[in-house]
Design a binder for this molecule. Structure first.
Ligand code: PMP
Length: 411
């Protein structure tokens, strides 16, 4: 299936896109950076699990548990393949990106960093890639170094990164911004981190939805990814790990499934991914994510992304022509995602979002879990429309027209 051959066919896979809201308006869903919609095959895969082979994994010899275990471990394999993990790489299932970043902080940094060691962050980070590092920095007495964002270009100050990475032990970098859409030059940043002797983790929550990430070629030590922004269910994501750092990690949570043996005095642990997945794992969710991946494999991701960018650029260009609107992000570039953040000089962002909602258009408003970035941009909040491959040019145009109308009527 190719996007240009049939966008309608793709849309028909998403039952929710036909939704009429309680106010009688047909839904125009432009909040994809918060979470994407799910195609029928994902919903069916999860429903199939619960209706045909629901059972706990790893623990029983009965057939049903065997089926569930097989599907769950196949999901792990599919995730590994999709993200181009090298053979020695590991997929630890988490509840999402936030959990994956926390696992890296408390499972790797806590064990391997010493007082005085430095971690490099950027002003572009999502709170999920800030707060865990603040916690671990406080606990271990570590230094946090912040890389500036250029307010004109909406890019990281690369010279600043170049100098701050020297002597650091870890870099925690957002791959693609959930506010600006900026895609950071992560390949070079990984190389520079490694040259400086630092490990690097990339927050790929947004990136994984828009491009086929290949861990082998990106060469980062850790990637944090999530299912729910790439057509999969909520409640599952992964910390993807290259082999050598896996050996340096210690479990953060103890319980069933992660142990080899438990004595009164001590316990021994599994040596594979299960060591970091205490308790009953996210079985249905992993199976749903796997179905999303198998479906995405049938699509032309690059073409889908070009389509998304076209819609975002159309919206960004249209918004810039409306008096009083500022757009945060440069959509003339190719390396951006589908997000378009904007603000009107006098209208309150929340009022704009409510008026859009009354027209059936769903966008997000607020600080987008990126308060340091908001401060750098000199704003408290923005409106954010975020496009995905199943959106249409008509929807992008309807959105711009709606803003035009709101500004003409209320500003
Ligand atoms: N990082 C970024 C850049 C994000 O956009 C998000 C989701 N808003 C997260 C982290 C958190 O992801 P999750 O919902 O999977 O925990």
């Amino acid at each position: 299936m190719k996007l240009n051959s049939d966008l309608e066919e793709i849309r028909s896979q998403f039952p929710i896109l036909e939704r009429v809201l309680p106010n009688g308006k047909k839904l125009i869903y432009l909040d994809n950076a918060a979470t994407s919609q799910k195609p029928e095959c994902v919903i069916n895969a999860m429903s199939d699990f619960y209706s045909r082979y629901n059972s706990n994994v790893h623990r029983a010899v009965h057939s049903l548990s065997g089926e569930a275990t097989e599907a769950f471990e196949l999901a792990r394999e599919n995730v590994a393949k999709w993200f181009g993990l090298p053979d020695e790489g590991k997929v630890i299932f988490t509840s999402g990106t936030t959990h994956a970043l926390n696992l890296c902080a408390f499972g790797w940094a806590r064990v391997n960093l010493k007082p005085g060691d430095a971690i490099v962050l950027t002003e572009m980070e999502h709170h999920s890639n800030i707060v865990p590092w603040q916690m671990i920095a406080e606990e271990k007495n570590l230094e946090l170094r912040w890389v500036d964002v250029n307010q004109e270009t909406f890019e990281l100050d690369f010279e600043d990164y170049k100098s701050k990475i020297i002597g650091a032990k870890l870099a925690c970098i957002i791959h693609t911004s959930n506010v600006l859409g900026t895609r950071n030059p992560v390949e070079i940043m990984v190389e520079m981190a490694h040259n400086a002797g630092a490990k690097i983790i990339l927050d790929c929550a947004q990136a994984a939805a828009h491009e086929r990430l290949d861990m082998d070629s990106i060469n980062a030590d850790f990637l944090a990814v999530t299912s729910h922004k790439m057509c999969g269910p909520t409640g599952v994501g992964a910390l993807l790990i290259s082999s050598d750092v896996f050996e340096e990690m210690e479990p953060v949570e103890g319980g069933g499934d992660m142990i080899l043996e438990v004595f009164k005095e001590y316990s021994t642990y599994q040596e594979n991914e299960h060591k970091f997945e205490a308790g009953t794992p996210r079985i249905a969710e992993a199976i749903g994510w796997s179905a999303a991946i198998k479906w995405m494999e049938t699509l032309d991701i690059e073409e889908m992304h070009r389509h998304t960018l076209k819609l975002a650029k159309n919206a960004s260009d249209g918004l810039k022509r409306i008096p009083g609107i500022t757009v945060y992000g440069d959509h003339s570039k190719e390396d951006v995602s589908g997000v378009v953040s904007f603000l009107h000089e006098t209208l309150h962002a929340e009022d704009i979002a409510r008026l859009l909602d009354s027209m059936g258009i769903a966008v997000r408003t607020g600080h987008h879990c990126a308060q340091p970035l908001m401060r750098r941009l000199g704003v408290k909040a923005t409106n954010r429309a975020s496009f995905y491959f199943y959106n249409t040019l008509k929807e992008s145009e309807a959105f711009v027209n709606a803003i035009k109308m709101i500004v003409e009527k209320f500003a």
